[in-house]
Design a protein around this ligand. Structure first.
Ligand code: SF4
Length: 204
């Protein structure tokens, strides 16, 4: 199946997909994405609503100590490492970037707690850059739709970037996340009425 056909079917299912993390600035988004590892967006939104009242900028964040930040983000899980990364990341923004999140994939990935996936999310969502972040949903769905054949997020990202035009990448990421989260779930995908039954490789 052609990329255009697949994108068209996704457009019908998810005409205007939105990031489900709530944020008001690239910095808030970056913090929210770091907190979202192994945690639901819903839980992150509850936590950040309170957190950003205390620390919505890197300057405010670095005034918190490790214990204070841990207590604010505890319910997101892995709070010790997440707090450490958020503090180190914020410190680097204050010291090297005038408190601004860099609009650049390479520089983003030099920040503590920011891997390729997080950098791609921030770059595409906050800065409207062309990027495909491969999370667990994108990875699973891409394999089931035979768009990729790998467990390696980097290889899946490369396969998707080769197959789809750059202008589609950011929206495609959101559509595949929504499809994976709500329809093509890891366990018991909702296959009835799925528009991709004809190309799906999942063994039902
Ligand atoms: S048919 Fe089922 S497993 Fe295949 S893509 Fe659709 S929802 Fe996912």
């Amino acid at each position: 199946m052609q990329a255009k056909e697949i994108k068209g079917r996704l457009n019908e299912m998810f005409p205007s997909p939105k990031c489900e993390l709530e944020y008001k600035s690239p910095y808030e988004l970056l913090v929210a994405v770091i907190l979202s590892a192994q945690c639901t967006d819903k839980r992150v939104n509850v936590v950040t609503k309170e957190l950003f009242k205390h620390a919505g900028t890197p300057y405010e964040m670095v005034k918190l100590n490790q214990e204070e930040l841990e207590s604010l983000i505890r319910s997101c899980g892995f709070y010790h490492n997440k707090a450490k990364n958020i503090l180190n990341m914020s410190k680097a923004l204050v010291e090297k970037y005038n408190g601004q999140v860099p609009n650049n994939l390479e520089q983003l990935q030099t920040l503590a707690g920011v891997g390729r996936k997080t950098a791609n999310v921030v770059y595409s969502e906050a800065f409207k850059g062309d990027a495909i972040a491969v999370d667990t949903h994108v990875l699973r769905v891409s394999n089931r739709l035979n768009l990729a054949n790998s467990d390696d997020p980097y290889k899946v990202e490369q396969a998707l970037m080769k197959f789809f035009p750059a202008k589609d990448w950011s929206e495609l990421h959101l559509q595949l996340v929504h499809f994976g989260r709500y329809k093509c779930k890891a366990q018991k995908p909702e296959c009835e009425g799925c528009p991709f039954v004809d190309i799906c490789t999942y063994k039902r």
